[in-house]
Design a binder for this molecule. Structure first.
Ligand code: AHG
Ligand code: MN
Ligand code: MN
Length: 344
């Protein structure tokens, strides 16, 4: 049982590790933690909102009913705006960058405010994913170079899982720590210090409904996971809830691989590099795992667009290496097209 410590206490304690102006990043993480508590409260009553909003889309506070992902987006933007440490936000819910105009603010936040939103109606786990960069341009107007930095430039990244309990997991490049929300005191408390992911996992997570559209190497890897081999504990278990945060959180703790490859209908994959793949790659690498697009380390990929997508293979290092190996020998064409250097 770790020593009792709140997220706020932990952030202050660890800020000396951070090379830049100490207090700013701490305040930014604290602001994200506050917005996460508000979103957690709303997510927990999502079923009720439908009843309360039934008659005219007006909720109990008299506000117009909003979809939860729009609500979450507004909450995070509002918390970051009032915190004044963030100068711009790139959000899944916003077509363009949202400038916050804080004078002297040095940080940029990329965010998926609500991940797995198709799970809202069925009371399954949801998440939030965030990533923090320092701006390159110093001051004045934000440039696209400030926003489109490669994953390697992240100074912090994290996710919140709204599951059977709400947890916030984050890294500033010195390992990964997890905090569970204690609703009785309204605080995130350190529950999972120094998370390490097993090098060899036994869970594979992929939407197998897309099987016929996968590259030959991905198909071979799925078969590899399903084959019997007692020495390597195969067949592995297949687990997929359709919420990247929930699927990855389970695999991070238990060991496993999460895959969202290219398909015929999504030749660049589905998940977005800036606010889904890069932050998760930073966390998983910091926990000892790997993240790849099949050929290249996710965090080395160059961004040219805000909502750019990438295939992703992420999780236990041995498993990611194995997929990369099978993709490299990918001689069975399943559909036309060459994306990210991969032949299909
Ligand atoms: P979002 O709800 O932010 O749009 O993300 C959904 C993503 C991700 O969470 C999940 O892993 C993936 O979509 C599931 O996609 P499929 O339904 O195609 O499997
Ligand atoms: Mn998402
Ligand atoms: Mn989303």
């Amino acid at each position: 049982m770790p020593e009792f410590k709140t997220l706020g206490q932990f952030i202050i304690e660890k800020q000396a590790d951070f090379p830049f102006a100490k207090g700013e990043l701490s305040r930014l993480l604290r602001d994200i933690g506050i917005a996460a508590k508000i979103v957690s409260r709303e997510v927990n009553k999502a079923g009720l909102m439908d009843i309360l909003g039934h008659s005219g889309a007006v909720n109990i506070q008299g506000e117009s009913q909003q979809k939860l992902d729009v609500f979450a987006n507004a909450q995070f933007i509002s918390a970051l705006r009032s915190g004044e440490e963030c100068c711009a936000i790139a959000s899944e819910e916003e077509e363009d960058v949202v400038g916050l105009g804080g004078s002297g603010a040095q940080y940029i936040v990329a965010i998926d405010p609500l991940d797995g939103s198709s799970n809202i109606d069925v009371n399954a786990p949801l998440g939030t994913i965030f990533s923090i960069y320092r701006r390159l341009s110093g001051d004045g107007s934000i440039t696209m170079e400030d926003i489109l930095q490669p994953g390697e430039a992240q100074v912090a990244a994290g996710y919140i899982i709204y599951g059977s309990s709400t947890m916030l997991v984050y890294t500033t490049g010195k390992g990964v720590n997890g905090f569970t929300l204690d609703p009785s005191i309204g605080e995130f408390c350190l529950s999972h210090p120094d998370i390490r992911t097993p090098a060899e996992g036994r869970i594979y997570s992929i939407n197998e409904g897309n099987y016929i559209h996968f590259a030959g190497g991905v198909k071979r890897y799925i078969k590899f996971c399903q084959e019997k081999d007692e020495r390597t504990y195969r067949p592995f278990d297949s687990r997929y809830i359709g919420s990247m945060v929930a699927d990855l959180h389970r695999n991070l703790l238990k060991g496993g691989i999460f895959m969202y490859p290219a398909t015929a209908s999504s030749p660049k994959g589905k998940l977005r590099l800036l606010y889904e793949c890069n932050p998760m790659a930073f966390i998983v690498e910091q926990a000892g795992g790997m993240a790849s697009d099949g050929l290249t380390r996710i965090m080395e990929l160059q961004l040219s667009e805000l909502h750019q997508r990438s295939p992703i293979f992420i999780g236990s290092a041995q498993m990611v290496r194995q997929v990369e190996k099978l993709l490299a020998g990918n001689e069975v064409p399943t559909f036309e097209g060459v994306e990210n250097g991969l032949k299909f």
